[in-house]
Design a protein around this ligand. Sequence first.
Ligand code: FDP
Length: 281
Amino acid sequence: MDDGIAAVLDTVATTAPEIRDGLSGRRSYGDTENPSGERQLAADEYADGMLETRLLALDSVASYASEERESVIASDAGGDYHIACDPLDGSSNLKSNNTMGTIVGVYDEPLPAGGRSLVASAFVLFGPITTMVTAHEDTVTEYVIEDGDRRVVTEDLTIPDDPVVYGFGGRVPDWPDEFADYAADIEQELKLRYGGAMIGDVNQVLTYGGVFAYPALESAPDGKLRLLFEGNPIAYIVETAGGRSSDGSRSLLDVPAEEIHQRVPVHLGNAALVDRLEAAL
Ligand code: FDP
């Protein structure tokens, strides 16, 4: 692996335990909103600040963008890679003490950039244990982060062939009819697993097989999730693991990136289930 990419992934892994340790005292909302208009927790700003400082300190990192800040921060030193980060995905789960995590996309083009410019991506999951999943050069690897170490637990992770679970976000009455019809079929076949943090719900799909979606809504035709910070990095992992991603008609990785905080409908999982979704929409 290129040393610059390895340094980014190592930095995310070594920062994760410190982010986790800092969560318990940062469960309350402050007075600020992120650029998408969502209230920020003290923990969101804490994780963002730590990742910004550490990633921008790497020689290989040219810029850092995050869901928690308006614009891209350039490194003084230059570098080959541009980082898009969701420091705490699913942070509203902190109040109820449920799963959440960190997502990082490593792009080789200045941001905003489309998903085909990703050269690696990763997420950390703060569950009962801390795990990290990385995708790079056609391989998805799962690690456990423990006692300051990152230990491989699954060498070449692929989505299981027989799907078991599904999780769909958004209020059901807000779903467009075509998506509601698709969901009604899927409900007959799979078990519902929805925890309210994309990263946790996608990890269920990677573990058991199935489909995750935060679809277009009647009230929000672009859905809720952000293309650069959430959709693309996770699509890169799911596609590298043998699955598919879609905005409803094409891979998320083919959606043109026009602005940093742009939203996109997200559908991910076993290829056959995403094919069916596209046929239904
Ligand atoms: P959160 O608002 O807690 O940060 O993008 C944010 C996200 O969580 C995703 O992680 C999650 O899938 C989704 O929003 C949850 O939204 P709902 O509360 O509408 O289910």
